[in-house]
Write a protein that binds this ligand. Structure first.
Ligand code: LLP
Length: 466
C-alpha cells in the first residue's frame, strides 16, 4: 500500500500534486512519501509484535538523510555496508548500538572506523575478515561483537543478480565451515562471538527457501550452543519482496514471513535482527519524468522521456518491471503499445518495454512507480547527466531533500593534469601544486542557476533535461 493516488484526474503524492512539485523543481526527480515509509515500517514492526526484533533498515536501499531520519525517529537501527553508510546512519542520529556493519569486503580502515564508533555487530563474511577484525580490535584496545554470515546454499528463487544464498555466490561462509570458524573466532583476541547471520537474497516472493534457510539457521544455533558458544543474536537479513507489477506476483505479507520466523525460532530465546530495505522504501518512492517526444519507429513507438537508465538502472540491469503511471488521467484515447525510453545513447536505456499506456504526448508527466529502493542510490551521471533531486512529501508539504547536481559540481570534480595547463608547463615538481579544477565553460544565465544554493529551486534550463 502506498500514498500515490489520483485526485480529480491528477496524480498526487499524499496531498501534493506531482505537477506542483515538477513546476518547482523541474524534472526528472525522485519523490518519496513519508506516510508510506512510516506505514511500511509499522506494518513490519506489527508483524513481529511480541518478538521485539531490532529492525535495522538496510541503508543501501535508499540512503537519503531525510529517509534515514524518518526511520531513525521511528526507532529503527541501520544495516550498513561501508564507512559512508556508517557515517550516514550516525548523521541521521542512529546510535551505534543499533548499527550492524555488514559487507563482503570491509577494508581495514572501515573496520577501524566501525570499532572506534562502537557499532553493535560485525556480520563477518570470511575467515580472513575475522583475523583482520581481531588484529585491529586488539590494536585499538576494543572488542568487536561478531556474527558470522552463513551461506546456506539455498536457492532464493529470485533474479540471479540479487540471489546471495547459493553456494556459488561470493557471500557468507559455507555452512559446512561454520563450526570450525566459530571455534576459531572464539579463540581470537578482541572478538566476542555473539550471533549468526544469513541473507539469501532480495525481492523474495517465495517463502519456502526462506523457511529452509531459517531451519538450517536454527539447527546451527543449537549446535553452536551445544559446543559452548554464547549465541544471543540471530540476524535474519532482509529480502522480503514487494509488489512491483499490478495484478500479478503478490509477495508474502510481513505477517506470513513473521509466522515462519515464529515457527523456526520458537523457544530459542535469541534477540532477532531484521535488515529490510526494499520492503520499507520501494513503494514509497517514484521517479517523475517528463515526456520529451513521442517517436514512431519502423516497428515500435517510443515515448522518449527525460529520465534514463543513469537515473534508474533497475529495468535494464535486472529486467525489472516498474509500473508507469501518467501524472494526469485526463488524456483520452485507447491505450497504445510503447517503449518508454531515455535519451542515453544505448539500446539498453529504457524504463519500460512493450507497455500499454494511455496516449502520451510531449510535455506530459509520468511517474515510474516503486522506485524508492535501489533507485536514486544506484544512479550515476552517464552521458554527463547530473544526479536528479530527491523530494520528500509529508501531507501537504514537500521539500527538496537532495538538490539537483549542478553542471559546475559535475564537471568541477575533474582536474587537468599539470602538463595540460599553461601555468604548470615548466614546473619541475608537478606534485607540489594541485592541478587546477577544470572550469566549466560559461553558460547562459538561465542555465547557470540550475540546482545552485541551499533551498534554491532546482529546475532545469528549459529545453534541456528539466
Ligand atoms: N541485508 C543484506 C546482507 C543485503 O545484502 C541486503 C541487500 C539487504 C539486507 C536488504 O535487502 P532488501 O530487503 O532490500 O531486499 N539493487 C538490487 C537489490 C540489491 C540487494 C542487495 N542486498 C535491486 O535493485 O533489486
Amino acid at each position: 500500500m502506498h500514498h500515490f493516488a489520483y485526485k480529480g484526474g491528477e496524480l498526487y503524492a499524499e496531498k501534493v500534486s506531482l505537477e506542483r512539485i515538477a513546476e518547482a523543481v523541474g524534472t526528472p526527480f525522485y519523490c518519496y512519501s513519508t506516510a508510506t515509509i512510516e506505514r511500511h515500517y509499522k506494518v513490519l514492526a506489527q508483524a513481529f509484535k511480541g518478538l521485539d526484533p531490532l529492525i535495522c533498515y538496510a541503508v543501501k536501499a535508499n540512503s537519503n538523510q531525510a529517509v534515514l531520519t524518518t526511520l531513525a525517529r521511528l526507532g529503527a537501527g541501520m544495516d550498513v555496508v561501508s564507512e559512508g553508510e556508517i557515517r550516514r546512519a550516525l548523521t541521521a542520529g542512529v546510535k551505534p548500538d543499533k548499527i550492524i556493519f555488514a559487507g563482503v569486503g570491509k577494508t581495514r580502515g572501515e573496520i577501524a572506523f566501525a570499532l572506534r564508533h562502537g557499532v553493535c555487530q560485525f556480520n563477518v563474511e570470511s575467515d580472513q575478515e575475522i583475523d583482520f577484525i581481531s588484529e585491529i580490535a586488539t590494536h585499538l584496545g576494543a572488542r568487536a561483537k561478531v556474527a558470522l554470515r552463513i551461506n546456506p546454499d539455498v536457492d532464493a528463487k529470485t533474479h540471479k543478480k540479487i540471489a546471495t544464498g547459493k553456494g556459488e555466490a561470493k557471500f557468507g561462509i559455507p555452512y559446512k565451515d561454520a563450526m570450525r570458524l566459530y571455534a576459531k573466532a572464539d579463540r581470537l583476541a578482541g572478538i566476542d562471538v555473539n550471533g549468526v547471520h544469513m541473507h539469501i537474497g532480495s525481492q523474495l516472493t517465495d517463502l519456502a527457501p526462506v523457511e529452509k534457510a531459517f531451519t538450517l539457521m536454527r539447527q546451527l544455533v543449537v549446535r553452536l550452543r551445544a559446543e559452548g558458544h554464547d549465541i544471543g543474536h540471530v540476524d535474519l537479513g532482509g529480502g522480503l519482496g514487494v509488489p512491483y507489477k499490478a495484478g500479478s506476483e503478490i509477495p508474502p505479507h510481513p505477517d506470513d514471513y513473521a509466522q515462519i520466523v515464529r515457527k523456526c525460532f520458537a523457544g530459542l530465546d535469541v534477540k532477532l535482527m531484521l535488515e529490510p530495505g526494499r520492503l520499507i522504501v520501494a513503494n514509497a518512492g517514484i521517479l517523475v519524468s517528463r515526456v520529451i517526444a513521442v517517436k514512431k519507429g519502423s516497428e515500435r513507438t517510443f515515448v522518449v522521456v527525460d529520465a534514463a537508465m543513469n537515473d534508474l538502472i533497475r529495468p535494464t540491469l535486472y529486467e525489472a518491471h516498474h509500473e508507469i503511471w501518467p501524472a494526469s488521467e485526463k488524456r483520452k484515447g485507447n491505450n497504445v503499445l510503447v517503449d518508454v525510453v531515455g535519451p542515453i545513447c544505448e539500446t539498453g536505456d529504457y524504463l519500460a518495454l512493450g507497455r500499454k499506456l494511455p496516449p502520451l504526448a510531449a510535455e506530459d508527466l509520468i511517474a515510474v512507480m516503486s522506485a524508492g529502493a535501489y533507485g536514486a542510490v544506484q544512479a550515476g551521471t552517464y552521458n554527463s547527466r547530473p544526479l536528479v533531486p530527491e523530494v520528500l512529501v509529508r501531507g501537504d508539504q514537500f521539500a527538496v531533500v537532495r538538490q539537483r547536481q549542478t553542471y559546475d559540481e559535475l564537471i568541477g570534480l575533474d582536474r587537468l593534469a599539470p602538463w595540460q595547463t599553461a601555468s604548470q608547463q615548466p614546473s619541475p615538481n608537478p606534485e607540489r601544486a594541485p592541478p587546477p579544477a577544470v572550469k566549466p565553460p560559461a553558460r547562459k544565465p538561465e542555465a547557470a542557476s540550475a540546482g545552485a544554493g541551499a533551498g534554491a529551486a532546482t529546475k532545469r534550463p528549459s529545453g534541456g533535461r528539466r
